[in-house]
Design a protein around this ligand. Structure first.
Ligand code: EPZ
Length: 446
């Protein structure tokens, strides 16, 4: 696990790092997938509900986890790492109900500390998450849900302040199945008085993981993973500390599946839940990928028997094709035979990777939230920059399959959500190395 507290950025901040990938190596071997970034961050926030120790297992070693640890440490929570990929959170001594420091504004998931602080202390203050490169990412549905439970919510000067003498169960209907809003409301409803229903709830596996975690804590939640969730409020005294293993990261897993397909490799991926990304696996098989599930928790990718063919992709809330895999899938479609239409329906601006794929020779025409990808024989290595976490993954996949060397800059995006990516890929035979930009091998220029 990383240092307990990230070093503050100073003038001595180390030189930028880049990934250098020599493409063309079919990946081969086995890897194991870590815990889900988009679950563990919410479990860390929900641990604030209870004043007894919570131990999380299968915690990925990624910078978003380190940031969330700082967010809750600033509230007085004791966070330690008793072993690799384990985290112990003890919120018995919360000293602060206001989360407005620089760590909070770095990461949208920090907003999910709002509900447990409000439920436990009757008040909470959290900085508004900034928009990000992929969209405006509002929080109106979070606020609507908490107000329905009886909270008074004020948004001023970029800070959300919520208060409630008592939270009372309510029937809440979401306009869109927001993952974060479903999670914030579910947590707030755990100790609300009476019954809460969430209709048009998000159905992602991370919602189910959070509900399982809360029920193991003593909550009474039913229907998680469907579009209708019911929470029967319980007294806070019924909640206890617990030990819980984070669900495997379906997005990380699918990223490696796509990389294996893109390089024509033979890879087995262990400790996954194939059912958590069935839509993606089915789409890859439709393309001609050779994918089997040797066991209920493993996937094997072998060289395809035919060339991959173009497919249309539309991102949808779960169980549809996830928006977080739109960029990785586009990287694969760049060399599929024919034209693919890629439609992004979740975010307003999640095509920042298109320009960088074009630098590698891809033929992509974008029109609003739709991109048409016309397959070419092979991508060619180039110097590109990551613009967000999943764009970084797309560029890695493209570099692995491309002819020649690819250099990827702005790696901090990738480090937010992929634990040891280059080490895992190197263990599969990839020629990939992380270098300092001011110490490149002789003859290499960016
Ligand atoms: C979660 O974000 C994930 N992040 C995202 O993963 C993922 O893309 C997203 O769910 C959709 O699956 C985490 O869990 C930490 P949403 P979240 O609320 O909760 C709009 C990654 O790469 N919206 O379902 O923020 C919003 O702007 C990240 O790992 C409102 O308008 O997603 C977006 O367009 C990126 N008002 C859409 O709904 C609201 O109150 C979906 O957002 C809430 C959301």
């Amino acid at each position: 696990m990383p240092p307990a507290t990230p070093a503050p950025q100073t003038d001595a901040t180390p030189a930028a790092e880049i990934l250098m990938i020599e493409g063309g190596q079919p990946l081969h071997g086995e890897i194991t997938i870590g815990g889900a970034k988009n679950s563990v961050l919410k479990l860390m926030a929900a641990a604030l509900l209870v004043d007894a120790p919570v131990t999380l297992k299968n915690v990925p070693n990624i910078s978003d986890v380190w940031v969330m640890a700082e967010v809750i440490r600033h509230l007085g929570v004791d966070v330690t790492n008793p072993a690799d990929n384990q985290m112990r959170i003890d919120a018995h001594n919360v000293t602060e109900t206001s989360a407005t420091n620089e760590y909070v504004t770095q990461m949208r998931a920090s907003f999910n500390v709002l509900a447990p602080l409000l439920a436990r202390y009757g008040k909470a203050q959290v900085s508004l998450p900034g928009g990000c490169s992929i969209g405006k990412r509002g929080v109106d549905l979070h606020i609507k849900g908490l107000e329905a439970l009886g909270a008074t919510v004020d948004v001023t000067h970029g800070v959300v302040t919520a208060s409630a003498d008592k939270l009372i169960g309510a029937d809440i209907v979401f306009d869109v199945p927001s993952v974060g809003a479903t999670e914030n409301v579910m947590v707030a409803a755990v100790t609300a008085e009476g019954k809460t229903t969430i209709s048009n709830a998000a159905q992602e596996p991370e919602i189910t993981d959070l509900a399982n975690f809360l029920n193991a804590m003593g909550a009474d939640i039913h229907g998680a993973g469907t579009h209708e969730i019911t929470i029967f409020g319980v007294p806070r005294t019924q909640l206890t500390g617990l030990s819980y293993e984070v669900v495997p990261d379906r997005i990380e897993a699918a990223t490696y599946v796509i990389a294996a397909v893109a390089t024509g490799g033979d890879v087995t991926i262990n400790r996954v839940r194939p059912q958590h990304f069935q839509a993606v696996l089915s789409k890859l098989v439709e393309m001609g990928a050779n994918i089997t599930t040797p066991t209920p928790t493993s996937i094997r990718i072998q060289p395809a028997k035919t060339t991959l063919t173009a497919q249309n992709i539309t991102t949808l809330p779960y169980p549809g094709i996830p928006t977080d895999l739109q960029a990785p899938l586009m990287a694969l479609l760049c060399t599929a035979t024919g034209s693919s239409m890629v439609k992004e329906t979740i975010y307003e601006n999640r095509f920042n990777h298109v320009g960088h794929l074009r630098r590698m020779g891809a033929s992509i025409e974008q029109d609003g939230n739709t991109a048409v990808v016309t397959g070419i024989e092979r991508l060619s290595g180039a110097t590109v920059s990551a613009t967000d976490l999943r764009a970084a993954a797309a560029l890695v996949i493209a570099g692995l399959a491309a002819d020649g060397a690819t250099f990827i800059r702005q790696l901090h995006h990738m480090d937010r959500g992929y634990d040891g990516l280059e080490a895992k890929l190197r263990s599969l035979g990839a020629n990939i190395h992380r270098l300092r930009e001011d110490a490149l091998p002789k003859g290499v220029t960016l």
